[in-house]
Design a protein around this ligand. Structure first.
Ligand code: TYM
Length: 322
């Protein structure tokens, strides 16, 4: 199978990114041809400070490598290092129905809030389609919020194929049901734009502080509680093995516990869970040249594949000779 996914360097990665997407990248790099990239062109729709974008791009690479993405097994690169994708994006833009893009939630939400939206945000799903189609990807591991964009990608590919011939592979999304939508500290979806995130490599003190502020209900301590409807429990479940998760669930059902205890257990589990990656990240950060080498090598490999697919699309629609 050919796997592809992208992640934006709009800030440091958080628990939602890891449990929804990054851990799938790492699992799927085994026994598959996997392409993973840092979506700096998409990030440009929100990050308008050049130094910040450069730094976040390097941080993203460090984070992914520290978490276990292996450049010997997967191709890791920066989106803008593969200009073929932007060319393919234009081809897909012609023939992309306005109505389809108007229904996409990123654009719709911003517009609903009265925020000014630019053409980059509006056509964001088309660039995403080009990202996916350029590598003949079969499977795209993501969190639930990206599923709509993959549907748009399929629509665009299907319509191109039916007009010009079978050029593109139709991709499927791959979502983990237990962490499709990781909640943030306020119980809404964890997201940088909602300011409710806990970062993967957050300073341990600040992580504990954020955990201590997770909203909980105000019923008396001794009352039994339903674990499944509590986002603190949902967060704890991400880190716990089956036995610990069941033990915590039965504590909830019995009642007579304090949320402070759950928060401490969660903070200890999170600390331990990312300790090794934190250590690896510190080592890698001392060798930025190595990281740039990995990204350059990844870009070369990615360009080879994207170049083939772009040529196929150009020939099919008549902008390149056969
Ligand atoms: P981005 O950068 O917002 O998020 C990266 C990945 O993290 C997942 N994710 C979550 N999963 C579960 N719970 C959450 N709270 C949560 N928050 C984020 C996202 O679903 C995503 O998988 N448009 C994409 C980047 C992109 C891309 C692509 C992805 C560009 N081109 C091609 C796949 C294929 C984005 O903004 O992801």
């Amino acid at each position: 199978m050919r796997i592809l996914s992208g992640i934006q360097p709009t800030g440091r990665f958080h628990w939602g990114n890891y449990f929804g997407a990054i851990r799938q990248y790492i699992a799927l790099q085994e026994d598959n041809e996997a392409y993973y990239f840092i979506a700096n062109l998409h990030a440009l729709t929100t990050v308008r400070d050049p130094e910040q974008l450069r730094q976040a791009t390097l941080d993203s690479a460090l984070d992914l490598l520290a978490l276990g993405l292996d450049p010997e097994k997967a191709t890791l690169f920066v989106q803008s290092d593969v200009p073929e994708v932007s060319e393919l994006c234009w081809i897909l833009m012609t023939g992309a129905p306005m109505g389809l893009l108007e229904r996409c939630h990123a654009y719709k939400e911003k517009k609903a809030k009265g925020a000014p939206a630019d053409a980059g945000l509006f056509t964001y799903p088309v660039l995403m389609a080009a990202d996916i189609l350029a590598y003949d990807a079969n499977l795209v591991p993501v969190g639930e919020d990206q599923v709509q964009h993959i549907e748009v990608c399929r629509d665009l590919a299907r319509s191109f194929n039916s007009h010009f011939g079978e050029v593109f592979v139709l991709p499927e999304s791959h979502v983990l049901s237990e962490s499709a939508k990781v909640p943030g500290t306020d119980g809404e979806k964890m997201s940088k734009s909602y300011r409710n995130t806990i970062e993967l490599f957050e300073d341990p003190k600040s992580m504990r502080k954020k955990i201590s502020r997770i909203a909980t209900d105000s019923r008396p301590m001794d009352q039994p509680k339903d674990p499944e409807s509590d986002h603190l429990y949902q967060l704890y479940s991400l880190f716990a093995d089956t036995a610990d998760r069941e033990a915590m669930a039965s504590t909830y059902r019995q009642g007579g516990f304090s949320y402070g205890m759950v928060k401490k257990t969660l903070a200890d589990a999170a600390d331990q869970f990312f300790a090794e990656a934190r250590q690896r990240r510190a080592e890698l950060a001392n060798d930025p040249d190595r990281v740039h080498e990995i990204l350059a090598d990844g870009a070369n490999r990615a360009r080879r594949k994207a170049g083939e697919v772009l040529a196929r699309a150009q020939q099919a629609c008549g902008i390149r000779s056969l």
